[in-house]
Design a protein around this ligand. Sequence first.
Ligand SMILES: NC(=O)c1ccc[n+]([C@@H]2O[C@H](COP(=O)([O-])OP(=O)(O)OC[C@H]3O[C@@H](n4cnc5c(N)ncnc54)[C@H](O)[C@@H]3O)[C@@H](O)[C@H]2O)c1
Length: 359
Amino acid sequence: MATVRIGVVGVGTFGINHLRCFRQLGYTGTAQLVAACDINEELLAERGQEFEFAPYTDYREMLEKEQLDGITIVTPDPFHREVALAAAEAGVHILCEKPLDVTVAGCQEIIDACEKAGVLLMVDFHKRYDEYHLAMKQKIQAGDLGQIEYGYSHMEDRIEVPRDWFPDWARASSPAWFLGIHFYDLARFLLEANGKAVWATGRTDRLAELGVGGWDSISAKVLFDNGATVAFDTSWILPDGFPAIVNQGIRLVGTKGVLECDSQDRGTFTCCTDDQPGGQTHNKSFLRIRYDKQGREVWEGYGMTSIADFAYNVEVLLAGRSIADLGDYPSGYDGLEATKIAAAVHQSLESGELVSLPS
Ligand SMILES: NC(=O)c1ccc[n+]([C@@H]2O[C@H](COP(=O)([O-])OP(=O)(O)OC[C@H]3O[C@@H](n4cnc5c(N)ncnc54)[C@H](O)[C@@H]3O)[C@@H](O)[C@H]2O)c1
């Protein structure tokens, strides 16, 4: 099998996980982290000390010079589209962080460009790779729940995320775009249904007080086209003392059963130290580190599996198979359908009305 030549665009808070993933796929020759790009030169240089790659501040130049097989896009939400369109035009396969784009039209434009260029388009909806969610899916597919009637999910970040991680673009995003989108997609994946109508409410008090601005919390009720309704509560204002950076979970109720999954406290690891006297829970299913026999870092968990899946898919394509042969993966279409829900959530927030999704 050929080694997949990868470039990463955006090496910020989450971009480091893409760098880790492709560096370790290099241990086995599956992928090579060839290049990385960021407009923040200082950060790029810092990452360059930890990871080996050709550095670029312009992704177009990187696409032109490096003969990449694939790129991953880890720029802030509103800047995915321009990178994706340039990659498609260059004939390079794409893994895009969620959301694919913050507009329905933008998602469609990316999908069309990728189809025209014949390149793979994946969206990093990692919740589909969580072994707990996969087990839920198996039970649903086996018919154990009967007909799913309704459900509930929550995803909430500690306030440090909008306040300290990216105060400059938190206002351009929201709990629906940053967090809800994961669970809108997961609900679609589990229910095998698309969103049909949305009603949402939200609040803007806490982040306004801090001068960050934007939505504190958004609660949305989504009717799916199979008749099920799911309520999604999202926020990023949990206090600094909350015992995990993310709180999340989902439950679904059907005619024959109920499934509940607490994705935050997996009951595996609670840690209390002088630095964090309140005690912390850790979702080690998402990301965890170990060291191999050569003492090299190896990152594991569904946060890595979903990124690695892109390299494995491109490897198959380089071996001469077609995109249609790849089986199940979170596609551009999934990105579009999740964005339809998030966009409708925001429309409903603005209007106060029930919003029907475009078909
Ligand atoms: N899958 C997940 O679990 C997960 C978690 C966090 C963030 N994300 C997603 O990852 C993306 C990035 O989030 P983050 O938290 O890393 O943000 P961040 O602000 O920490 O990093 C974004 C980086 O992109 C760079 N950048 C911006 N415009 C660029 C351009 N035109 N060319 C090159 N680099 C550019 C910035 O300088 C910055 O370093 C977002 O879409 C976010 O929703 C996904």
